[in-house]
Design a protein around this ligand. Structure first.
Ligand code: ADE
Length: 345
């Protein structure tokens, strides 16, 4: 990679950022707790979608102490819809460690941040630089794209080695205002040097030094070689209504969506006969079995193809494996992953 062109980034990028930075709730008051929560949320979701989640989260859990002691169900409810629920569980685990070992304050140290559950090099870099002004890079997907394009680099950004190398190169050119610089790189990636569709090069403060732009190969970069293909799993899902309640149950402790609530389901697409057989095994006497609805849900390595049956029942014999909940209870008290919500009317 050409180190020289990285030297030329900070000045025009910062000038652009000071003029164009979006007002974001966690930017108004970049205290470490807010930066940490927002960065974890932003790993999986866009800024606009994160805003209401962030506001609700910090209203409900205003500090590390409240996060360390939050009831698990409440935590899942606050995270409902964001996905990757282990990230929320890790937030709580890390908060407990911070209470026990760091007097309730996130450590102002990159390595110590890295040692906390759920905090990797990116998040540690973001918290250290944005909240504590420590001179470390924070390289996420946005930054990988921006820098690869500026350098005209066709190295595979899925390769961890490429990422580590970029962190080293950025480290060498970090300006004093590292907090703004790291945020500016992410911001540029989010609003100008965008991932899907044509980047807005005419508005880009780095267009004069960008090799991809010079060569007209913006859309060929970054190179991101696909890792393993997703595995497709077929599921039959049961929306079972009894009086004004529906059946939910807990998932197992292991695997995808571990320990979350789910609609009853089994693997493979069942025939109507097999559906009848299955609900009989659950001690459910159907009043009606209604037509199916289908939905897909894509996780990181698995794709669910779901077929749902609506079943009304007037009798549930000693059924202990389900929890029967009203629509209001489901909305207010139970966190149901989006994969299942897609199937509900
Ligand atoms: N994406 C992830 N973190 C961000 C941040 N701090 N600013 C802008 N976009 C981001």
């Amino acid at each position: 990679m050409n180190q020289n062109s990285l030297n030329q980034i900070p000045q025009p990028l910062l000038a652009w950022y000071y003029q164009n930075a979006r007002t974001l709730p966690w930017r108004d008051n970049p205290m470490p707790y807010y930066v940490w929560i927002s960065e974890i949320m932003l790993q999986q979701t866009r800024v606009e979608a994160v805003k209401p989640y962030f506001q609700r989260f910090i209203e409900s859990l205003p500090d590390i102490q409240s996060l360390a002691t939050v009831d698990d169900e409440k935590l899942m409810k606050l995270w409902e819809g964001l996905g990757y629920y282990n990230r929320a569980r890790n937030l709580k685990k890390a908060a407990q460690i911070v209470m026990e070992q760091y007097n309730g304050e996130l450590p102002a140290d990159y390595e110590e941040l890295c040692s906390l559950p759920g905090i990797g090099p990116y998040t540690a870099g973001a918290v250290a630089s944005i909240a504590f002004h420590i001179s470390v890079p924070a390289v996420d997907g946005n930054v990988l794209r921006v820098i690869s394009r500026v350098l005209g680099s066709k190295q595979n950004i899925s390769d961890l080695k490429v990422k580590r190398e970029m962190e080293q190169q950025l480290l060498a050119v970090l300006p004093d205002d590292v907090s703004s610089f790291n945020q500016a790189l992410m911001e540029l990636g989010a609003v100008i040097c965008i991932p899907n569709g044509a980047p807005k090069c005419a508005e880009c403060p780095l267009n004069h030094i960008c090799i991809a732009h010079k060569k007209g190969i913006e859309l060929e970069i970054p190179v991101k070689l696909k890792k393993k293909a997703s595995k497709v799993e077929s599921l039959t899902v049961f929306i079972v209504k009894y009086q004004d309640k529906i059946a939910i149950q807990k998932r197992t402790q292991k695997g995808v969506l571990n320990d979350m609530w789910q609609l009853p389901n089994c693997s493979e697409i069942l025939s109507t006969k097999q559906v009848e057989q299955q609900i009989k095994e659950w001690g459910i006497v159907p009043l009606s079995i209604r037509s199916k609805t289908k939905a897909k849900h894509i996780f990181t390595h698995i794709e669910w193809h779901m077929t749902a049956y609506f079943i009304e029942t007037y009798q549930v014999d000693n059924n202990t494996q389900f929890e029967w909940v009203s629509v209001e209870e489901l909305e207010n008290e139970y966190a149901l992953p989006t994969a299942f919500k897609k199937l509900l009317p």
